[in-house]
Design a protein around this ligand. Structure first.
Ligand code: GDP
Ligand code: MG
Length: 166
C-alpha cells in the first residue's frame, strides 16, 4: 500500500491535513493534549490512487521540553514505513528552531524517498508567497508546497505531486 507520512514540529497542522486526506469518517480528534500519543493511520484516495496516511504526534503538546531523541524516534519510524514524506512547517509562524532539527533528520533521506516540504497555514496568497523562506532549510531539490489544511487551498496540487510517485 502506498504510504504517506506527515512529520513536523507540534502545531503546524499535521493532524488537520491528516483529517482532510482521510476524510471525516476516519478523522482522529485530538482530545488528549499533553498525553504522549503514537502514530495514527488512515486511508484515503486521490484520482484513483489509494494510500495510507501516517500522522505523527507522539510527543507532549503542552510542553517546551521536547527531546530530540523522541522526535528522532517518531520521525524515523514513520519515514521508514513511508513511500512519500511530507515535512510540514508553519507559514504563519515562519521558520522555527525545531524545523531545523527535523530538516537535519530528513536530510539523510534525500534521494532515497520523495520528500515534500509543505508550508501549511498559507490561507492567503500573501502568505503563500512568503513560504519561499523555507528553502533555507536546505533540503536540496525538495519543492515547497504552500497549502492551507484549513481551507484546502493548494492541497490538490500537493496530492497530484504525491500520487505521481505511486
Ligand atoms: P499538529 O500538532 O501538527 O497536528 O497541528 P494541528 O493539526 O493539531 O493544528 C494546530 C493548530 O493549527 C490548530 O488550532 C488548527 O486549527 C490550526 N491549523 C491547522 N491547519 C491550519 C491552516 O491551514 N490554517 C490555519 N490558519 N490554521 C490551521
Ligand atoms: Mg497532531
Amino acid at each position: 500500500m502506498n504510504t504517506i507520512a506527515i512529520v513536523g514540529r507540534p502545531n503546524v497542522g499535521k493532524s488537520t491535513l491528516f483529517n482532510r486526506l482521510v476524510g471525516r469518517r476516519q478523522a482522529i480528534m485530538d482530545n488528549q493534549s499533553g498525553v504522549t500519543r503514537d502514530r495514527h493511520y488512515g486511508y484515503g484516495d486521490w484520482t484513483g490512487h489509494n494510500f495510507t496516511v501516517i500522522d505523527t504526534g507522539g510527543y507532549v503538546h503542552n510542553s517546551d521540553d521536547i527531546f530530540e531523541g523522541e522526535i528522532n524516534k517518531q520521525v524515523k519510524l514513520a519515514i521508514e514505513e513511508a513511500d512519500v514524506v511530507l515535512f510540514m512547517v508553519d507559514a504563519e509562524a515562519g521558520l522555527h528552531g525545531l524545523d531545523e532539527e527535523f530538516a537535519h533528520i530528513l536530510r539523510r533521506y534525500i534521494g532515497k524517498k520523495p520528500i515534500y516540504l509543505v508550508a501549511n497555514k498559507a490561507d492567503t496568497n500573501l502568505r503563500a508567497h512568503g513560504s519561499g523562506e523555507f528553502y533555507a532549510l536546505g533540503l536540496g531539490e525538495t519543492e515547497v508546497f504552500a497549502i492551507s489544511s484549513a481551507n484546502g487551498s493548494g492541497t490538490g496540487e500537493l496530492l497530484d505531486a504525491i500520487v505521481s510517485n505511486f
